[in-house]
Design a protein around this ligand. Sequence first.
Ligand code: SAH
Length: 258
Amino acid sequence: MTASSLPSAAPWRATVLTLFPEMFPGPLGVSLAGRALTSGIWSLEARDIRASATDKHRSVDDTPAGGGPGMVLRADVLAAAIDSADAAPERPRLLMSPRGRPLTQAFVHELAAGPGPLIVCGRFEGIDQRVIDARELTEVSIGDYVLSGGEIAALVLIDACVRLLPGVMGKLESGTDESFSDGLLEYPQYTRPQLFEGRPVPDVLISGDHGKVAAWRRAQALSLTEARRPDLWARWQERYGREQNGPGQKAPKSTTDG
Ligand code: SAH
């Protein structure tokens, strides 16, 4: 059997454990992600944590040990929910959590390249620490703010992964040129009309000179990153040095759009 006749790998899939399975696929059912879901490029299973509750009230949460406000998701119920899902050892087991590893484009690439994660969505004050430890959940944060539940964070993570799967985006390059893919923010985009309320599309972009266009875009990406994101800019300079414009790039002539 030749390499090209090998059966393709199983489609990327996300399994979500949530108290609100009706939130899925939600916004992932439309546009690029929705079409890819329908065509089987990826699959999604939303499982109700409450189905693993055992007492007669089907309770999933209880008051925090040691006191304090709110409720905490029970370790036993959540562990049973995880164990009843298909948690194959090669699948990342994630817990959406503001304390987690920041979700970055590099992390998204890593997740998109794998078989697809099992994702636990917290609610209330969070979940019992013992289930995080016992089931070795990797906590993942989508940013330094607090949501009321992990579902929207899980939708964000899945959306970012799905658009990178082969066959989802129109053009393969779309994923390689954009913000964060090389540590820089993306350059500004323009389209028709050529003149909008007195503002023309920058001349260089209609010059037909691909080299000049690439240099202009690079210069824009560098100056935008420097101006808006000192954190990314510092990392960039650390990697490539102050005088460098990045791997394989000539110094741009100008950093303005004039
Ligand atoms: N008391 C917790 C917050 C609980 S918010 C704390 O201070 O850390 C309820 C749930 O929303 C969390 O369990 C988590 O699943 C989800 N969540 C909230 N903010 C999030 C964020 N920035 N990233 C990922 N998940 C988040």
